[in-house]
Design a protein around this ligand. Structure first.
Ligand SMILES: C[S@@+](CC[C@H](N)C(=O)[O-])C[C@H]1O[C@@H](n2cnc3c(N)ncnc32)[C@H](O)[C@@H]1O
Ligand SMILES: [Zn+2]
Length: 320
């Protein structure tokens, strides 16, 4: 059901009839040799998270968040006995809880380090990956046969790719007739109505962020916002046969600690606008920012957290 990276014909892993052998690195089939990230040139661009890896979820990297487990349950139900492709699966926030239901999964990402964290998450939670095929793949050229997949999720991925239309056409191609592209969106609103006072938390985050970038700007380094706009809904409505939307009431209260949340990621240059900040410059600017924050908000300023309502979840499915 795979496509050979060499001769582009159908193949089963690991060896193609043309003689090409797909290698595995840390259990991950290497189905592409395209770079981890492409930010220049005339071709399609994308931001893989190889350089973010560990700092993506900080010390929560092995935790299965309740709302992700919730969504994973829906995906498993919709997939049934079929095959689920988690495209740009990252650290496995959906693939891992989905695997707990015994769902057959192809977990694809351009980043080997994210796929390594996915395996750590599964081990930590004692979830078997027996039915999960881990693949380093490029969403712009999915190495799967036409009409071979039952469900696809590509969550928080399309905005990282300069040609999201091409990715969605690829998703459509690999889906079986009747297969579905499942999208998860927040149903915003509740967060704004929060009865909790988070003003100090946001004041600190904003102060830290602007101090950091003001100093970097004076050194000639600017945040890179790699995020491409895409009207997924109008594109998918034209491409797919039908669409269905349902909202899952969720609205749970949860805590977002500054230290292990925003700060852990910020400290490790884990936000994509930090992708091109030189490592040493980052370290020295950040340490000055932290000192300034301590002077302003007290030494324990990182112990603050933010209390919010998690928004309801909208699940939109597009059927081929
Ligand atoms: C923001 S993370 C989202 C991870 C996960 N789907 C989630 O919802 O949390 C984006 C992921 O897309 C991957 N990615 C970016 N460009 C890609 C591409 N061209 N092909 C495959 N994966 C890509 C990154 O490596 C990263 O792991
Ligand atoms: Zn081949």
């Amino acid at each position: 059901m795979f496509i050979c990276p060499e001769c582009k014909s159908k193949m089963n892993l690991p060896q193609c009839l043309c003689g090409y052998n797909v290698t595995q690195i840390n259990n991950v089939w290497q189905l592409t040799d395209t770079p981890d990230m492409v930010t220049g040139g005339n071709g399609d661009k994308y931001i893989g998270y190889e350089h973010i890896g560990e700092s993506y979820s900080g010390d929560r990297k092995c935790i299965i968040e309740a709302s992700d487990a919730f969504f994973a349950k829906e995906v498993s139900k919709l997939t049934g006995d079929g095959i689920f492709l988690d495209l740009g699966c990252g650290d496995g926030c959906f693939a891992v809880p989905c695997a707990a239901y015994g769902t057959r999964i192809i977990a694809g990402d351009i980043s080997n380090s994210m796929l390594r964290i996915l395996q750590e998450k599964a081990n930590y939670n004692n979830i078997s990956l027996d039915k999960v095929t881990l693949c380093r793949m490029n969403a712009l050229e999915i190495p799967l046969e036409d009409e071979s997949i039952d469900t696809v999720v590509a969550n928080s991925v399309l905005h990282l790719i300069s040609n999201p239309e091409k990715v969605v056409r690829e998703i459509y191609r690999v889906l079986k007739k009747g297969g579905i592209f499942i999208c998860k969106d927040d149903a915003p609103g509740k967060t704004n109505e929060t009865p909790f006072d988070n003003s100090l938390y946001f004041e600190i985050v904003n102060a830290m962020y602007s101090e950091y970038w003001n100093e970097l700007n004076s050194l000639g380094i600017y945040p890179k916002k790699y995020s491409w706009k895409f009207d997924r809904n109008s594109f998918c409505e034209k491409l797919f046969e039908s669409k269905n939307v349902h909202i899952i009431e969720y609205s749970k209260v949860y805590d977002v600690p500054l230290r292990s949340g925003f700060f852990a990621r910020f400290e490790n240059r884990g936000f994509s606008d930090q992708a091109e900040v030189p490592r040493e410059m980052h370290a020295s600017v950040l340490s000055r920012v932290v000192n300034k924050m301590s002077a302003l908000y007290g030494e324990n300023f990182l112990d603050i957290s933010c209390k919010v309502f998690e928004d309801d979840i909208t699940i939109t499915t597009y059927k081929k």
